[in-house]
Design a protein around this ligand. Structure first.
Ligand SMILES: Nc1ncnc2c1ncn2[C@@H]1O[C@H](COP(=O)(O)OP(=O)(O)OP(=O)(O)O)[C@@H](O)[C@H]1O
Length: 720
């Protein structure tokens, strides 16, 4: 015992800060990983300064919450935003918060930075580029906003900035006359062409047309916008424009790749892109051969070429993708590591076009790349050069409030679509999403935010027949409120009732497939979303409760694998979510399947066995044995994070009864915008809702600063 004790002491000398961090880890305020890393660095580079040890632990802790770095000034001014794992009702919470405030209170920014600079564990940005620099952390950022990174994340951010910068500075030959003519053909006024988009309704320019023009002249481009604002419509026109421009210039047809971060998001883009491509006006009057626009969307993993048991991909700088243009949809879900792999896999001259909704939740992993790059999208910041060029080629006038003589190169490569063609912002889902996302909202006034949101629910209740996407709010008494059960029965009955129509002829495989296809479609009618994983309001608790409710209503069969917890049992009707890519089965993280009773012939007898049906390509059904599915979970309830990239006809979001830092405006907005026709909010405490609307996701990162700092405004191509 003594020997063990002294060994431990030898390994980790009893430094007071490490002891304090040990207490925090024991209380769950930081992760064991954060503590181990700090201890490890302490042993490798005998680092005794408490201010340095604290900074290392906090940087690692922030990484665990999706931050790329630690913003030192923010940490000093708002220590309450740190240690977000700590819940206020935890017994030691108050003591830990006081200790953190005391440690940070003893520091000034200048003093902290000076001590970090003196540390042998921390590199300065200018030295960190040296590949043999062994120091595990990097201090970067501006004097007024110093940022501390774990080296890996610093390198990721650096590579992303370089990959984007290289593309922003790449000269692209762009003849103005054919560009203007092609934009005219692709954006004909309404009536001239049934399915083509008309000039945008309401005041202001046609942002879709403007975005196409801007994207055509840039090696890197971001198109952001809320649901139904026409991102897919615009990108299809952009790709047509690029192919036609190539033909006009006598260049070879472009090789285009379409990708999305999850299988679900890829399938959704697949569904919408076909119709859009077919609706394109024919390429008349172009002498050369016009290249095709692909309609098959791959997952990003598939595009980059996964390698078994490796985080690396088949495509990298030494073996880049044979693509001239790569479009990535739902880019808000792409984390820093994946963005690095994507940029690494592209030839330097390949164009990259990102599509996404900047206001949605960022990826679970570190970084909010799209959000960072779109920070200035609302006000555009187009330079006078860009404004004049856009007026010439697209005939669209940028509003003066969006012109900025100091706009940066990145600003000129971002366009935001502002009008939803699916929802009106006057009522229902569109109005609710707009209120929750209101940039004018005062974060210190949750009551005002709550009142604005309530008004939308009241208007929708007064117009129950509205076609604008109905929204409803139900205030539950507690977690056992029977109105929750009603919602669940009503929501899931649609597909569960179809289980009874199972064909009983084992030889009628086409009928079995058609029945399964119908059920898969019906399952997309309703989805319950929650913010949390654990507890009665989290995925696990809710799934158990829903199974009970559906069994009591005889919508689910009672029998199941004896002894297995309800969550893991296989039973007819169980919807499952794939939680890890499985390349052998060709199932991707986020795919949803349904367990169905299927008739089979065994030894001349007809028996019913359970198989899991997944949507396949072109309306086909793929069948998988339950025992082959390794990483799945029941998905009657799904986290909002997992729902990204999916849409359902009716989405219901249930909020917990106590405040929680994961409840943010971005989470509410993402949940609301998963709904195509109906959205129901289930909550028990109005204060929890009010807090959620006013809390913003804030992810520390230096990406936008890095790009803004290093990029002078791009000169607009001059007239020929
Ligand atoms: N300018 C326009 N005028 C009229 N209808 C349009 C216009 N642009 C898009 N639409 C229609 O609006 C709907 C949504 O468009 P689209 O799918 O391109 O949007 P999106 O931003 O990609 O949507 P989401 O990301 O929510 O799937 C489609 O039915 C499309 O035909």
């Amino acid at each position: 015992m003594m020997a063990q004790h002294s060994e431990a002491h030898q390994k980790y000398p009893p430094h007071p800060t490490l002891a304090l961090l040990g207490d925090w880890a024991a209380a769950g305020a930081i992760r064991a990983l954060d503590l181990s890393l700090t201890r490890f660095i302490h042993t490798q580079a005998p680092e005794d300064d408490p201010a340095v040890l604290l900074a290392i632990a906090l940087t690692s802790e922030r990484n665990g919450h999706g931050h790329v770095c630690l913003d030192l000034a923010q940490a000093l001014h708002h220590p309450q935003t740190l240690l977000t794992r700590l819940r206020d009702d935890q017994p030691l919470a108050q003591g830990i918060r006081l200790a953190l405030a005391r440690e940070l209170g003893a520091l000034t920014l200048t003093d902290w930075v000076a001590r970090l600079r003196a540390s042998s564990a921390i590199s300065r940005a200018e030295d960190a580029r040296d590949p043999v620099d062994p120091r595990p952390l990097v201090l970067d950022g501006d004097p007024e906003r110093p940022l501390l990174y774990l080296r890996r994340y610093w390198a990721y951010e650096q590579r992303i900035a370089e990959g984007i910068q290289g593309r922003l500075q790449q000269p692209l030959p762009l003849p103005e006359t054919p560009l203007a003519g092609l934009l005219d053909t692709l954006f004909q006024p309404a009536g001239d062409q049934a399915a083509a988009p008309s000039s945008s309704p309401g005041p202001g320019p046609d942002w879709q047309r403007l975005a196409c023009a801007l994207a055509a002249r840039s090696g890197f481009f971001i198109l952001t916008g809320g649901p139904g604002t026409g991102k897919t419509t615009t990108v299809v026109r952009l790709l047509a424009l690029l192919q036609r421009l190539a033909a006009v210039q006598g260049l070879p047809a472009l090789r285009i790749e379409l990708a999305a971060p999850t299988g679900k998001a890829a399938a959704r883009l697949n569904e919408s892109i076909n119709a859009q491509v077919n609706a394109l006006p024919p390429p008349e009057g172009i002498a050369g051969e016009v290249g095709p626009i692909p309609t098959r969307v791959k997952t990003l993993h598939r595009l980059l070429g996964p390698r078994p048991d490796s985080r690396r991909f088949r495509h990298h700088p030494g073996n880049p993708l044979a693509a001239d243009v790569v479009v990535v949809d739902e880019a808000s879900m792409v984390d820093v590591e994946m963005m690095v792999h994507l940029l690494d896999a592209l030839r330097p001259e390949a164009r990259l076009i990102l599509l996404g909704d900047k206001d949605q939740l960022a990826s679970v992993e570190a970084g909010a790349v799209l959000g960072d790059l779109c920070q200035r999208a609302h006000r555009a910041h187009y330079t006078p050069d860009t404004r004049d060029w856009l007026a010439r080629v697209s005939g669209q006038d940028v509003p003066e409030a969006m012109v900025d003589a100091n706009g940066g190169a990145l600003d000129q490569a971002v366009a935001m679509l502002r009008t939803s063609h699916r929802f009106s912002d006057q009522g229902g889902i569109g109005a609710l999403a707009a209120r929750v996302n209101d940039p004018q909202q005062d974060p210190r006034d949750p009551d005002a935010a709550l009142a604005a949101v309530r008004a939308v629910f009241e208007r929708s209740a007064a117009e129950p027949d509205s076609q604008l996407g109905r929204v409803a709010a139900i205030q539950l008494q507690d977690e056992a409120d029977p109105r929750f059960d009603e919602q669940v029965r009503e929501g899931y009955a649609g597909y569960l009732q179809r289980l009874e129509q199972a064909p009983d002829d084992p030889d009628a495989s086409a009928r079995v497939d058609a029945w399964a296809h119908d059920i898969l479609q019906a399952q997309r009618q309703f989805q319950l979303l929650t913010a949390l994983r654990d507890g009665p309001w989290g995925v696990t608790g809710l799934n158990t409760r829903i199974i009970q409710v559906l069994r009591a209503a005889r919508l689910l069969p009672g029998e199941s694998d004896a002894g297995a917890p309800a969550q893991r049992q296989w039973f007819a009707g169980r919807p499952v979510l794939i939680t890890r890519n499985d390349y052998t089965l060709n199932l991707m993280n986020g795919d949803i399947g349904i367990t169905l009773p299927v008739p089979v012939r065994q030894n001349n007898e007809v028996r019913t066995v359970l198989r899991v049906a997944f949507p396949g390509e072109a309306g086909q059904v793929r069948w998988v044995l339950p025992s082959r599915l390794q990483a799945v979970e029941t998905v009657f309830a799904m986290t909002v994070h997992k729902s990204q990239g999916s849409e359902f006809e009716h989405t219901a979001l249930i909020l917990p009864d106590a405040p929680n830092p994961v409840l943010t405006r971005e989470l509410l907005y993402t949940a609301i915008t998963r709904s195509r026709r109906r959205f129901t909010l289930l909550y028990s405490q109005a204060s929890v809702l009010g807090e959620a609307i006013t809390r913003r996701v804030n992810r520390d990162s230096g990406l936008s600063g890095r790009l803004l700092r290093r990029h002078p405004p791009a000169p607009a191509p001059s007239p020929p």
